[in-house]
Design a binder for this molecule. Sequence first.
Ligand SMILES: NC(=O)c1ccc[n+]([C@@H]2O[C@H](COP(=O)([O-])OP(=O)(O)OC[C@H]3O[C@@H](n4cnc5c(N)ncnc54)[C@H](O)[C@@H]3O)[C@@H](O)[C@H]2O)c1
Length: 249
Amino acid sequence: MFSLSNRNALITGAARGLGLAIARGLAQGGARVALTDIDADGAEAAARTLRAEGCETTALKLDVRDEADFQRGFDAVAASFGGVDILVNNAAVTPHRSLWDITTAEWDEVMAVNLRGCFFGCRIAATHMRERGWGRILNLSSLAGQQASSVTGAHYAASKAGLFALTRCFAQELAPHGVTVNAISPAAIRGPSLDELDEPSQRRFLATLPVGRFGDETEVAAAAVYLASDAAGFVTGTTLDLNGGRLMR
Ligand SMILES: NC(=O)c1ccc[n+]([C@@H]2O[C@H](COP(=O)([O-])OP(=O)(O)OC[C@H]3O[C@@H](n4cnc5c(N)ncnc54)[C@H](O)[C@@H]3O)[C@@H](O)[C@H]2O)c1
């Protein structure tokens, strides 16, 4: 039911963290995966790691802020794989900043990567997937876009809230064409970005999670595998929350 054999996936921001974990999950499900990132060396190193684990993978530099670069990268992957079936809009920047200290430049940068980059990705993939009559688009949002965030900046929270609206707009447009668009909304997942938080902040954060532990990257990857599979064909325009019970709705 959840097999991804013969599916081709492109993941943005896949050099590390959740992007890499999702790429690994999709590849273990049978998909060919293209690991893209602004950090070309990081993407290449990640692809080498997955290849050594037996995954079919390629790496590419792709800056989601630049629509032409996104289109070029997407087309290159589509040409080498023979199409893209699954797009994971995962790339993001996560500045930890008091809302009093956010500069205009940082606001614009966060929006350009987190929100506009996802818009470019959805639009580029939409055209391609509509023609093929099947597709899956997954947008990595965040609990920070659903609740006031004590950890990340207001610009990050606003960009992630915007992803829910984008997800619904593209889901509605693409529903008749066999293409689903869904958001994954994690919080407090163990990995490099959580490790960057100081110990007291991590402890305070942990205390707010009813399950009493941080999430694991493989749990987010499993959600991505489900939403990318045939089994999730009736699920579109929705949000899958992975937050240890912090937000129940
Ligand atoms: N880790 C968590 O607990 C958590 C919680 C909520 C939401 N998320 C979301 O999940 C996603 C992944 O999170 P993560 O913790 O793995 O992040 P991360 O910071 O570890 O990785 C982000 C990746 O995006 C890349 N990137 C940055 N700017 C880019 C650009 N312009 N073009 C292409 N790539 C770019 C980085 O090089 C990096 O490899 C993000 O969208 C994040 O907002 C994560």
